[in-house]
Design a binder for this molecule. Structure first.
Ligand SMILES: Cc1ncc(COP(=O)(O)O)c(C=O)c1O
Length: 450
């Protein structure tokens, strides 16, 4: 194995060095060369080194430079060095992070990572938690616990009896709900659109005063980090209203939950800890490799009731936490180890620095682009910047020119009826110099389109 793994490490290191300087989007020729993969199924084995060579030679050039410092298209962090290395080692361990007795080492490390996460995010230390694939499944997981709890309080066992004949659940959401939360609600039988939508302000924040009187089993889904503006709902006020009526408050904090870890942004996170459940991503702002989402639930028993299963052949009896008691999956990779590595290698101060640096870089983008005559459509409170270059057609053409130039990559969105370029800054690799290089490229593209 050694020469093969050394070759993989060499190729990966070379890739990560190249990604600093190569165009962010793959060249058309590299995409055309993907046809090299399009062969019939091999009849016979290939040498592993040959498999790796082909993957690197054809695959690497066809990747988007998401691991690099100037990909601003989605909220995407590059894997931190310690997390990439830990991920490789964990893959070599090849553990099934299912039960303590099956894989005690990773179950133990994940338990530590969970404790550290609750600490850094200022959430109650007794929460239950799950390491899942991403915020979509984290929302699903937390909302399954919520569904369990509100129906149990109404005398209904949803895990045993399903939703047929169950007391109806009212679901209140902000008008800017992320579609992945709607999807989670649909998967749980609560309906993607069978919700009470609450109007939002110009930044996408729910208007708490518009929440109607609450009665009966009710879930309120709030958002920490609007995918366009970065805005965070007034969670403290919403929790006060909802809890007075016995409702459950769930926070979709795919990236915005991390505001709590940065002293200068913590005011935005006020009240987040009052909620009942939270979903976030580690593969976004914590900069760990895909796929890595996190669900936290104040009442661990509600999460366990929704997720745990037993079988004669499974060694589920354990004095330690069984990871699969809290996750939709039974078998899964030990993704919590990558999270542990991020938290261990950065520490509290390193994480605060990462979040604050990205927020400062977003402000730098906004200030420089505004000074050059571009219109910034949002209050830049976190890591999101929305830029208009004029009418929708022109804005789209400028974005296409930026993507073709390759210095950086940002995508298009429509914010409250206005077409905009969306810049998300979330990588540990991004520096002020990267922002300045990108601003220059953006302004060049804007001029070329004029
Ligand atoms: C606010 C919000 N919620 C949920 C998600 C879904 O996250 P994932 O793609 O990790 O499932 C995203 C992704 O961008 C998001 O921004």
């Amino acid at each position: 194995m050694h020469p093969l793994l050394a070759d993989a490490a060499f190729r990966a290191s070379r890739y990560l060095a190249d990604v600093e300087t190569r165009p962010v989007a793959p060249a058309p020729a590299a995409l055309a060369a993907l046809e090299g993969f399009n062969t019939p199924l091999p009849e016979n084995p290939a040498a592993p080194a040959e498999t790796l060579r082909l993957l690197d030679e054809l695959g690497s050039p066809a990747t988007m430079g998401m691991a690099g410092p100037r990909f601003f298209g989605f909220v995407i962090g590059g894997a931190l060095p310690a997390t990439l290395a830990a991920n490789w080692l964990t893959t070599a361990w090849d553990q099934n992070a299912v039960l303590y007795r099956a894989s005690p080492g990773v179950a133990f490390i994940e338990q530590v990572a969970l404790r550290w996460l609750l600490d850094i995010l200022h959430l109650p230390p007794t929460c239950g938690g799950a390491f899942v694939t991403g915020a979509t499944v984290a929302n699903l997981t937390a909302l399954a616990a919520a569904r369990h709890a509100v129906l149990a309080r109404a005398g209904w066992n949803v895990e045993a009896d399903g939703l047929f004949g169950a007391p109806p659940i009212t679901v209140i959401v902000g008008g800017e709900i992320h579609p992945s939360v709607a999807k989670a609600l649909g998967l749980l039988g609560l309906g993607r659109t069978r919700v009470v939508p609450i109007p939002v302000d110009a930044q996408g924040r729910m208007l708490a005063e518009k929440i109607p009187p609450i009665s009966g089993p009710t879930l309120v889904c709030v958002q920490a980090g609007n995918v366009n503006t970065g805005a965070i709902d007034p969670v403290a006020e919403i929790c006060r209203l909802a809890h007075a009526a016995g409702a459950w408050v769930h926070v979709d904090g795919a990236f915005g939950l991390w505001a709590a870890a940065a002293p200068s942004r913590a005011h935005l996170a006020a009240g987040l800890a009052d909620a009942d459940s939270w979903a976030t991503d580690a593969h976004k702002w914590l900069n760990v490799p895909y796929d890595s989402g996190l669900a936290f639930v104040r009442d661990p028993h509600a999460l366990q009731a929704a997720m745990a299963i037993t079988a004669e052949y499974l060694p589920t009896q354990s004095e330690f936490r069984n990871p699969s008691d809290f996750t939709p999956e039974l078998s899964r990779r030990a993704r919590g180890v990558d999270v542990w590595a991020a938290l261990h290698s950065l520490g509290r101060s390193g994480i605060a620095q990462l979040i604050e640096a990205n927020c400062a870089q977003a402000r730098r983008f906004a200030e420089k682009l505004a000074a050059a005559g571009c219109t910034i459509l949002n209050d830049v409170v976190l890591n999101q910047v929305l830029v208009s270059f004029g009418d929708p057609g022109r804005t789209q053409r400028v974005i296409a020119a930026i993507q073709a130039d390759g210095t950086c990559w940002a995508g298009v969105t429509v914010w409250q009826g206005r077409t905009a370029m969306r810049i998300s800054v979330s990588s540990w690799r991004t520096t002020e110099a990267d922002v300045d290089l990108s601003v220059a490229a953006i302004l060049r593209a804007a001029q070329s389109v004029a």
